[in-house]
Write a protein that binds this ligand. Sequence first.
Ligand code: ADP
Length: 377
Amino acid sequence: TVQNRLIEVEKLSAIGMLVSGIAHELNNPLTSIIGYTDLLYGKASDDRDRKKLEKIASEAQRAVRIVKNLSTFARESKADKSLIDINDLLRQVLKFKGRDFVLSNIRIVEKFSPGSMHAMANPAQMEQVFLNIINNAEHALKLIHGEKVITLETVSKDDWIEVRVKDNGPGISEEHLKKIFFPFFTTKDVGRGTGLGLSICYGIVDEHRGKIYAESESGRGATFVVKLPARRESARDAKLEMGSERIESGVLSGKKILIVDDEQAVQELVSEFLSIHGIIVEEASNGVDALDKVKADDYDLIIADIKMPVLSGISLYNIVREQYPALMSRFIFITGDSVNEETNQFIHQSGRPFLLKPFSSDDLYRVVYSFFFRTQP
Ligand code: ADP
């Protein structure tokens, strides 16, 4: 049944998300363990010390393999995507919920954008996302008296498809608003809520390269917004298939990029990969270093890690906003921490593109390419 299928998808995405979260968190410390062990090994004069260091190195490598396997597993659990009409999908979800709405005395207002709203998405996962948001709205409306309304609105904006689900329930306090996408955050009674619904929605939408967030003023209802990259021409599918050949075409040749990351391994990796495409890459290891470079030179793009000693990516961006506002739109952020509240808020507020660690060379290229051409390669 549809219900069973939804439960199945929910389980899979929860595991996938958990696993990729763990992989993210372990990647940075492992890079350091291996790097520093290597450094010490070079200096060790005592054979017994060397043996111990070898042991640390081989154990760390074992952990790297485990993380790799976990990540592969998480990737494999990602479902296939196809070109779907989001308006159609929402109509299906509403049909599925029809009886519940009658029972709960909820009126549905549809404000669908005319025409089709195409996105590359996994239909079962997207159903899951909207069903979850709507179920939450339904639950919230149980807490109020008087007229109960859920409004579904779809809009097509620039390169995005936007779905807004609004209810006139009690709304979400500012304090809770920061936490609702965290795993296990719930205000529902034991046995009613798991606190996993929205974190799974977040995982699914993120995997679709989309955005999800909520807006609310206490007492004035809540609006959940899901944005997905729009798909207008299906010709782009063919381009995606071609992958690496296209990547060699050197369309980014001559662009000047500054990579700011305190992890040298990441710096070097980004440099190495981008220079293959003829991109000129310069490195900075913290925000202060980056500011000096930005003062002295003109960069087409600045890729900055968020968490750095001395001056973080966030502080760097804030200083640039004051002193060189023209450069604000040239930032892309990287982060190894997809669960951090401050980081997530900053990324949402700044609206800048971002990359999650560990990223593949393909992910990096895609983000850089779409920065310059405002479209996916
Ligand atoms: P659960 O539904 O199991 O609690 P979710 O992750 O789906 O888990 O939701 C987390 C919390 O977000 C809910 O417990 C509730 O406090 C809040 N929430 C979600 N949607 C709404 C809404 N439409 N109105 C008010 N609060 C909401």
